[in-house]
Write a protein that binds this ligand. Structure first.
Ligand SMILES: NC(=O)c1ccc[n+]([C@@H]2O[C@H](COP(=O)([O-])OP(=O)(O)OC[C@H]3O[C@@H](n4cnc5c(N)ncnc54)[C@H](OP(=O)(O)O)[C@@H]3O)[C@@H](O)[C@H]2O)c1
Length: 512
């Protein structure tokens, strides 16, 4: 549904300066994400004068926290986690409009108190506000929060008028297809889809958004972006950290749920989708869903399309680290994977025959997220030794983190009398060209939700399509227990079974 939130005087100005009067309510406001990301995002938006003049922040949670104490927690969070130093002048604009409501997530009278609190704010400023509910709690309480937003009338607030309630939901959106569908049914019993903003913070990253600009704002890439010129695509989301103190949580999740099903699939969808008819949220998300639906079911079992492994003890930065099974909170016979690699086939005109390889893991050699587009090798007739294929294939890679940027590997003549070639890397780095203090993903996403732009959020059908692909894998692994579970040394690039997945087609993983 189109929104008409913008004042006529704002027409022609950046859409990001047109947010209507807003109350942001954070559920789970005493939590880690609120302190590390959400409060600093609000602060930096205030710093950039991107918040509406009538902006209010309300924390909500079970723990009783007086308003003053919540403001102190928020100040501490900004000092510790904001990308900019805390400016007392900027904070002074938000602090008096920051408050806290204590209550349970299944406590309807507490939601009525929240509704009364919001009504008081409206009375004070003499106008209606839109309310943006940010559900930043563990998933076990997503449903009671949503249902109480419905029961207390908060979700339907101002529905149909220019301002209305919206909800941001943090991942995980279910743990398999059935639970994802159930969650969507609950969400839609209370909110219309256009009110819902499912966050995958990867979509807020500059390089991820740049992928669409590179693809569709440059004439040189799109004509080559297909099976005639591209040999394979590799998407890597590698972490250096192990499970640390989050073993209990990770045992219920694993790499496929934690990383592959969401972040890497978002990267894949943006890489592989057709050009949308516009940058409108529905046009972009329609194309993402279309390409996800063209992915072939995965072949399971030996010689199939998936590999999984757990990290074993190894060396990281000169220190020895324990293996997954030795970490706290991990079952001795755990069947939870800390690494997964997948080979995907997309059955459409653009991509048939081009393998897409995805991998993600903990305790890998280096923290890096990248998309590498490997072009077909040039014919070796002129420059390569004996007409063989030792010219490098051109590779275009988008580095999403760290050190965001873009690079292209091209073959070049080595200076000298003989014609010898060497692949060289042409690089563009965001930090070098634009400076390093770029907005954090959460700043962009919170602001987009405030102004009603859902382009960088996941639609319900997108989440379900992705779960539909991976649920058979999860079921298969569960049935197999530890059978087929490979291992890799902490600090390495993954297990032999991950390499074997590519070797079958004559490929190998890049070392990003
Ligand atoms: N932290 C991150 O970097 C990160 C990144 C991506 C996604 N996420 C997602 O964001 C959400 C919030 O993450 P978080 O790390 O902030 O979570 P958290 O710190 O574990 O929990 C947030 C708040 O929720 C309430 N809570 C915790 N456990 C609960 C339970 N079992 N039942 C009911 N309420 C409970 C607590 O507040 P009260 O006790 O006051 O109610 C807690 O302060 C999660 O869905 C997570 O998956 C987090």
């Amino acid at each position: 549904m189109a929104e008409s939130l913008r004042h006529p005087f704002l027409q022609g100005l950046s859409k990001h300066r047109g947010a209507p009067p807003t109350v942001v309510v954070i559920f789970g406001a005493s939590g880690d994400l609120t302190a590390r990301k959400l409060i600093p995002a609000v602060y930096n938006l205030a710093h950039d004068n991107l918040l509406p003049a009538d902006f209010y922040l309300v924390g909500y949670g079970r723990k009783p926290i007086p308003d003053d104490e919540f403001r102190t927690l928020a100040t501490d969070a900004i000092k510790e986690f904001s990308r900019r130093e805390m400016s007392p002048e900027v904070w002074a604009r938000i602090a008096p409009r920051t408050s806290y409501v204590a209550g349970g997530y299944d406590d309807k009278p507490a939601f009525d108190r929240l509704a009364a609190h919001i009504a008081d704010i409206e009375k004070k400023i003499g106008r209606e506000v839109q309310v943006l509910f940010y559900i930043s709690t563990p998933p076990s309480v997503f449903a009671p929060i949503l249902l109480n937003l419905g029961a207390s009338g908060l979700a339907g607030k101002h529905l149909g008028k220019s301002h209305h309630a919206k909800v941001i939901i943090e991942k995980p959106f279910g743990k398999d297809l059935t639970s994802a569908r159930e969650l969507n049914v609950t969400i839609r019993s209370v909110f219309e889809e256009y009110q819902v903003y499912r966050i995958d913070h990867y979509l807020g990253k500059e390089t991820v958004q740049d992928l669409l600009v590179q693809r569709f704002a440059n004439a040189i890439f799109e004509p080559l972006w297909n099976r005639n010129f591209i040999d394979s695509v590799q998407i890597t989301v590698a972490e250096e950290v192990g499970v640390g103190t989050r073993g209990g949580y990770y045992e219920q999740s694993g790499c496929l749920r934690d990383m592959i099903q969401n972040h890497t699939m978002q990267l894949l969808a943006l890489t592989a989708m057709e050009p949308p008819v516009s940058m409108d949220a529905e046009a972009v998300r329609d194309e993402k869903v279309k390409v996800l639906k063209a992915i072939q079911p995965l072949v399971l079992g030996p010689n199939g399309d998936v590999a999984r492994a757990q990290y074993a003890a190894g060396m990281m930065a000169g220190k020895s680290v324990p293996g997954y099974l030795q970490e706290g909170g991990i079952a001795p016979e755990s069947g939870t994977e800390t690494y997964a690699a997948i080979r995907l086939s997309i059955n459409n005109w653009r991509w048939q025959g081009v393998p897409f390889y995805l991998r993600s893991g903990k305790r890998m050699a280096r923290r890096v997220s990248e998309i590498a587009i490997n072009f077909k090798r040039p014919p070796g007739t002129l420059f390569s030794k004996d007409g063989g294929f030792d010219l490098a294939a051109n590779t275009l890679s988008f580095q999403i983190q760290p050190d965001e940027g873009l690079s292209l590997i091209v073959n070049t003549k080595i200076p000298g009398l003989e014609t010898r070639t060497q692949p060289v890397k042409m690089s563009f780095r965001y930090a070098t060209t634009f400076g390093s203090n770029t907005p954090e993903a959460y700043e962009r996403l919170v602001l987009d939700a405030m102004i009603g732009d859902g382009t960088l959020f996941i639609r319900g059908d997108e989440a379900e399509t992705s779960w539909g692909l991976y649920t058979p894998v999860l079921d298969h692994w569960k049935a197999e227990g530890r059978k087929g579970m490979d291992s890799y040394a902490a600090g390495s690039w993954g297990p032999p079974s991950g390499d074997a997945l590519l070797m079958k087609s004559g490929h190998q993983w890049r070392q990003p």
